[in-house]
Design a protein around this ligand. Structure first.
Ligand code: PEP
Ligand code: MG
Length: 325
């Protein structure tokens, strides 16, 4: 199978009925870059910048951050890379950063909330990204945005850092796309305001499902109590996809489900065409895409969503067997 996936590496991912699906890789450390070429990914859809902070012994300075981001951009060699700003807090702690203990860390001071309250930290990171881009294209996205004011405030830091670079005679990125992760369910009811402010969005299904179903993703007693293939989850995802299609906002899915062929099949059926996943998912997901009849999948999944039952996993599995195997 591994050899088979390797053979597919340079085959573009088109469904049988001719839809192009863009498959991207999730990464977070310099070592991930070594396999970027092998995977056949068309870029990095999620670069988790906090990993560098988590393996370091002290807070990485501007130079260390810049140097990692330069390596990433060089390895990507012109392919798009979406850098996510620090997603710390919750279950991601730093030994050298004292944080107050919280009763509900997943609902606490984490991700972009921390960045907005500690602007020096966030601005330094954005400065490093702009410096590393050195006039090339740059994509930045913010994790766990829960309302449009947070996105507006975070985006303003990017503008300030571009101005800061220009004032010092450094180049601004040739093109700068700033996006939000859709992980907080609150955004689903304010996409009409959010999408015009963003250049793209990426759906973080790991957190989105955790918050939608009120089930801690890291707690094995409850983390399997919900299914991303249940009607509630699929309808939430469809709402996002539809709003993005209606407004012409580029959207990708970068949670783990994008890397599991059956769940990726459902995403393709819902209309998503950019999926970012762990490297090992790319071969199997590409195989799914190549044999998938997307239009039939779309019709069938839409019909299933009208039903009143629980998880659609069984039905979607049956469908998938007909439509992609
Ligand atoms: C997600 O929440 O789906 C996501 C991609 O981000 P992380 O897993 O790093 O929280
Ligand atoms: Mg997340």
């Amino acid at each position: 199978r591994k050899a088979e996936f390797a053979r597919l590496r340079d085959t573009p991912a088109f469904t049988r009925d001719g839809s192009k699906i863009t498959l991207l890789m999730n990464a977070g450390l310099a070592v991930d870059l070594d396999i970027l070429g092998e995977t056949g990914a068309e870029g990095i859809g999620l670069f988790r910048t906090e990993f560098q902070f988590m393996v370091a012994e002290e807070m990485p300075r501007l130079e260390a951050q810049t140097s990692l981001y330069e390596k990433v951009l060089e390895a990507a060699d012109g392919m798009p890379v979406t850098f996510r700003t620090l997603d710390l807090g919750g279950d991601k702690l730093l030994p050298y950063m004292e944080l107050e203990r919280e009763d509900n860390p997943a609902l606490g001071w984490r991700a972009v909330r921390m960045g907005l309250d500690r602007p020096a930290l966030l601005r330094l990171q954005i400065r490093a990204l702009i410096k590393a881009a050195n006039g090339r294209e740059l994509r930045i996205m913010f994790p766990l945005v829960a309302n449009v004011d947070e996105f507006r405030a975070a985006r303003a830091f990017v503008d300030q850092e571009v101005a800061w670079a220009l004032k010092r005679g450094r180049p601004a990125p040739a093109r700068l796309d700033v996006g939000a992760m859709v992980e907080a369910p609150s955004l689903l009811w304010h996409l009409d305001a959010l999408l015009p402010m963003t250049d793209f969005v990426s759906v973080g299904t790991n957190d989105l499902m955790q918050y939608l179903f009120a089930a801690d993703r890291g707690n094995p007693r409850v983390s399997d109590r919900y299914d991303p293939l249940s009607p509630a989850a699929l309808r939430a995802l469809k709402t996002i996809q539809q709003a993005c299609e209606d407004t012409g906002t580029p959207v990708s899915v970068c949670g783990e489900m994008a890397g599991r062929p059956l769940e990726a099949f459902a995403l393709v059926a819902l209309g998503f065409d950019r999926l970012s996943m762990p490297p090992a998912g790319i071969g199997p997901v590409k195989q799914m895409v190549l044999s998938c009849d997307r239009e039939a999948a779309r019709r069938n999944v839409e019909a299933l969503l009208k039903g009143s039952g629980g998880s659609l996993r069984g039905e979607i599995e049956t469908l998938a067997r007909k439509l992609y195997v």
